[in-house]
Design a protein around this ligand. Sequence first.
Ligand SMILES: Cc1ncc(COP(=O)(O)O)c(C=O)c1O
Length: 447
Amino acid sequence: MAYNEFKMDNQWLPFTPNRSFAKDPRIFVAADGMHFTTHDGRQVIDGISSLWCVGAGHNRKPINDAIKQQLDTLDYATAFSVSNDKAFKAAEMIAAMAPGDLNKVLFCNSGSEAADTSLKVALAYHRARGEGHRNIFIGRERGYHGVGFGGMSVGGIPANRKVYGTSLLPRVDHLRFIHDPLKHAFVQHQEPVWEEDILLELENRILPLHDPSNVAAVIVEPVAGSAGWYVPPKGYLKRLREICDKHGILLIFDEVITGFGRLGTAFGADWYGVQPDMLNFAKCVTNGVIPLGGVVCSQRIYDAMMGAHGSAPDHAIEFFHGYTYSGHPVACAAAIATLELFQQENLFARAGQMGQVLSDAMFGAIKGLPHVIGIRSLGLACAVELAPQPGMPGKRAFDVFLDCFHRGVLVRNAGDNLVFAPPYIVEREHIETMVSVLADAIKRLPA
Ligand SMILES: Cc1ncc(COP(=O)(O)O)c(C=O)c1O
């Protein structure tokens, strides 16, 4: 199939080098299972689940049917002061999957909105308890929490922040990054064991500097996804939980990538055995088919917010926040069908199994190739780090991304990392193709 009947004059592409794209367009017109079809009729393996979204693979009939049926039944209904049956059902399913007393789902439409929602809940919760002075947030260097001003502020990817200066939230600090390129460049499907206690910095420097009684929340990704799949040291999240508990600080896990199966468990919180106070999700919850995101809050947070209004009249709103499309019935119908499909096909466990296959194949074929200075795998994701080309950071990985694309594999370049995170339905043969195409592209790089 070849299809070229469109102009490319009017779309400004997100997070994309637009001038380069215009010279070498990469356009999909169809997708099924593990593959895309391009406008010029080629097949491309989706090696990244379309940015960590399409866990169940493309074009899944139960999800598509649920959407079509919902459109014919209740297309849309406002979310304010009324609701819809699918939003309650989706929330019930998500709460049942979430650990411990994470029971109350605030829906939104994206991971960025989830980040800002969770930060706002943190401030409102502390204020409801009479601790409105707790307004400092702590993120982590190279963390990614989307592109809203809240998420950007707690995020730590320099290129995403540098243009916005004092427009970022003022009372934010960052934990140091969780990577040691000398001792732990290669992380093969397990947690790296650090001799150093990396969280001493939080206890001994960051918290005393601000005074812990002023800190509202710490927000981290269980595994740093967008930066290039960096795995925290063993015990890190447990210790972070303990420090937060000691000082009454909320802990937010941004599980937009790790949520719904990527590590072989429902959430990163399950893999690590650590329960946050809020858990942000998006992407895989609808298999990426329709935008939906949310924050699962603990019962304790919800109760505090309701309790603070105990003496207020019944018509008083407890939390002035929400989106026109919060709990959109079509998105929630897609979520219900997606979560059922994950369960029916046991796809989280499959992600765990295929993660080992991906990791073995990647370490076998890529370690030792020129320019490769690190490989990190955990769950069904693996990143290969290249030495930056002097004076041109990111160039080598971009060249490899282009080369792979033209040879039928979509890989994600993030800085000088190349990341694979295929759908959970991936087969051994797809992994072999992805890894050999990547290896050849790396070998073709100029010295
Ligand atoms: C951890 C994390 N949080 C938030 C986001 C932002 O999500 P969205 O692009 O849906 O706004 C992303 C996107 O990749 C993410 O990885």
